[in-house]
Write a protein that binds this ligand. Sequence first.
Ligand SMILES: Nc1ncnc2c1ncn2[C@@H]1O[C@H](COP(=O)(O)OP(=O)(O)OP(=O)(O)O)[C@@H](O)[C@H]1O
Length: 668
Amino acid sequence: MKFPFLISKFQFGRCFSFKKLYSTVPGKIHKPNFLAYDSPGNILWRVALKGMETYFTKQKIEYPTQYLPSFLERCRNAKVNQEIPYFELKKKVLRSLIKSGSGFSSEIYYSNPEYLEKPVHRKNFTFYVSHLQEIIAAEFFKYARYKDILANTNVDLQRQLTKFTNPGELYPAARSQKRHIIMHVGPTNSGKTYHALQRLKQSKRGVYAGPLRLLAHEVYNRLNADGIRCNLLTGEEIREPHIVPHVVSCTVEMCSIYDSFEVAVIDEIQMIADPDRGFAWTNCLLGLQAKEIHLCGEESAVNLVKSIAKLTRDDFTVYRYNRLNRLKVAKASLRGKLKLQEGDCLVAFSRKDIFALKEKVEEKMGRRAAVIYGSLPPEVRNQQASLFNSEDHEEKILLASDAIGMGLNLTVKRIIFHKLKKFSGTEMIDIPIPQVKQIAGRAGRHQANTDSEQSPGVVTTLYDEDYEALKRAMKFPIKNLTRASIKPPDFVFEKFCSLFPNEVPVRMILERYAKLFKVQGPFSASNFNVNFFTLDLLDTVKELTIEDKISLLGIPIAKQMPQVTEFAYEIGKHIASGKRMQIYDHPYLPLDIIDRGIPRTNEALIDLERLHKKIVVYLWVSLRYPNIILPEAALMAKKITEELLARGLAHMKSSTESSSSSVVAVDN
Ligand SMILES: Nc1ncnc2c1ncn2[C@@H]1O[C@H](COP(=O)(O)OP(=O)(O)OP(=O)(O)O)[C@@H](O)[C@H]1O
């Protein structure tokens, strides 16, 4: 095996060496520890960045020192799903080596620009580094110029547009009418939503705003079943069976503040404090034009909503409810034994655990279990919930993630927590107490129209080690919310963007906005980070207008989506050019996954889930650009994908690797 040419330490900074390559711990015989040496491309990139100050000094180039550290820091973080512009810069500078006659092969770059096909030899190294630094310097001066523009253009106007003394004034139409805020508060399963919906049904012009597509669908189906003319509006889908509906059921983000309603219902009002999504609830609460606004949710939101109602000079009433069925903590855990009964819901916080537990439960019970988890489409979650709820199906045990915390009406008798910790993406964290209580509250769901005494809900843990933590969580007092999350309405941010020349990346404008943003009263700034990634994506499509980028800010794109940059770029390019497309025209949307048929393995299921997510994003954009991003084929593909997912779950045997995983070492 030809070892990569050894390069001395000073040139590569962090580098590998034969000695390290075969490091063994004295006294212990280890397999050779093949240090994962870094790619020559990455090393070239890092050394070039590290030497930028020296480069400027050597070339006697004057540069704005104040901006260099932040620029270099972002270049260092240049990952495909983080700092996209800097990752694009990295690709650009490394690809330039091909053109420089360096003999690097091109195909490697286009698949993964961090890797060069062959190592860099000492004699050329300095040449390559200075070649990269020349391109990086040009990019840096562009960055510095944008920073100067942002720091010195219309500064007074910038401050006016970023300082909110009374956010209520941003919604003059709502302020021009007397509204009545009515809160329905209590623990889960206490009839809050039921009572609010009863009032909504009596209105001739009403709206229901829920936190999930699933809930909007559920209310849409329930109201139509009760003979109420209800249409559906979610980020991805519009269903308008009625030309003149009495009610619109929508997701909170899609709730209109420009239409007038008699009665509005906003569900899960405690989400108003959520740093990422809470702004949507705040927008509804401040901006809805409705005589009556019914808010359903936890007691923790009462004081906060009351203080906002005072600011908006609205009437304010609170109705409090108690649980319809008692909820109690079992006397002990299951002590690791999967002794489950009908109506049990085993809650796990990773997809892998859910499927591994599903396999063990099905083995033990000799029949299928239903599953519900976050990356399942709402339609499939509903289908699994129906299997679990109905008498005529064998699925009497449910494996679920925290996705059951909200909305789904499930006839769960007992909630069993597999663990009370979950992986946050970087480390294991305790499940937040409000979430533990919300999930536990799903046990013992009140069954309407049954006279029989309804048994209390029970909650426990699978393992002893989590049992005490559960008891503490269930007794934990409610913590009152103090601030509603808020961010500028689109028209304010659009005006802010108009202060600067079009060449300034919108992502940098938003960073400037977030830095200056100040709000008074019981409000706190929303987490703008969720938009940075999206703007990075959209900024790659130079031809998109500012208005387009702002209207696309809420696109439900996931950072970890495969080929997310290319996927978004393709759609943005069509919007900018006005060139129409159907979903099958999109080169980064692997519709061929559908041709594989019913998924038989975990991997196949994950591929379908990822495809479904991309189809949903495509439909979300299509709803906003229906004449360019055409929906017909996508709606068909969505339906087929959901059908395949539902069938796959029915036949799913999780892959052997997950069933043997230690995470679910349970006693039989
Ligand atoms: N007065 C009632 N008459 C008949 N059914 C009711 C009544 N109140 C509640 N229900 C039923 O009990 C179940 C729980 O009610 P609801 O969903 O309103 O509770 P909730 O407090 O909003 O729960 P969650 O916080 O979990 O959303 C639902 O199936 C609902 O239809």
